[in-house]
Ligand binder design. Structure first.
Ligand code: COA
Length: 164
């Protein structure tokens, strides 16, 4: 579990907890958040469930006051990890939830021996990922009418600016 201590944040903010998904009910919450953000909000895709070949993967949920407010997934192939499906429900953005999710996923990748983590960032979120130590690779491309950028973070070298 990753916990962001409330003392480090403005007093009006509540504690954010990030936990691995352990039950089928929690996995349904993951799919519900993916649907809310990637289907109904962004019209990116209507298919938000994992394919069987997506394992080994870790899905996480971020919680505030008992409510599931965000999610993300990391998958591992050998020493390469890929992060996907990072989403925070709209009312909870800008409070550090996305960062807490990413830090948990990156830590899991590190602990499982990953050398590098990649992701396909929507270009509006480039700065979010830059702040977490990711760098663009190659050119932006269009996927489902949304511009994306492949990004990667090398886990075996220190990150400029001291990102997690
Ligand atoms: N543009 C620039 N900076 C951004 C940003 C954006 N769109 N989103 C977050 N940041 C910055 C924050 O200002 C913050 O900076 P700080 O550490 O200097 O204060 C840092 O990134 C962490 O932000 P945080 O509050 O943890 O992000 P969030 O909880 O709002 O989550 C997303 C960010 C992108 C996950 C969220 O906006 C989201 O779910 N968007 C819709 C789905 C999506 O696009 N997912 C990404 C798919 S690639």
């Amino acid at each position: 579990m990753t916990s962001v201590e409330p003392e480090a944040r403005p007093p009006e903010q509540r504690q954010i907890r990030v936990e691995p998904v352990r039950t089928s009910e929690e996995l349904e919450l993951v799919y519900a958040i993916r649907s809310e953000v990637f289907d109904r909000e962004q019209h990116l895709t209507t298919w938000v469930r994992d394919y069987p070949e997506d394992t080994p993967s870790l899905n996480v949920l971020a919680w505030i006051d008992g409510e599931a407010v965000g999610t993300g997934r990391v998958s591992l192939w050998g020493d390469e990890a890929q992060i996907a499906w990072v989403a925070v429900r709209k009312p909870y953005r800008g409070q550090g939830v996305g960062r807490a999710i990413m830090e948990h996923l990156i830590r899991w990748a590190q602990e499982h021996g990953a050398r590098v983590v990649t992701l396909n960032a929507q270009t509006h979120a480039l700065e979010f990922y830059r702040k977490l130590g990711f760098r663009p690779v190659g050119r932006p491309f269009s996927m489902a009418h949304i511009e994306h950028q492949l990004m990667e973070r090398n886990l075996r070298s220190p990150v400029e600016g001291g990102a997690a």
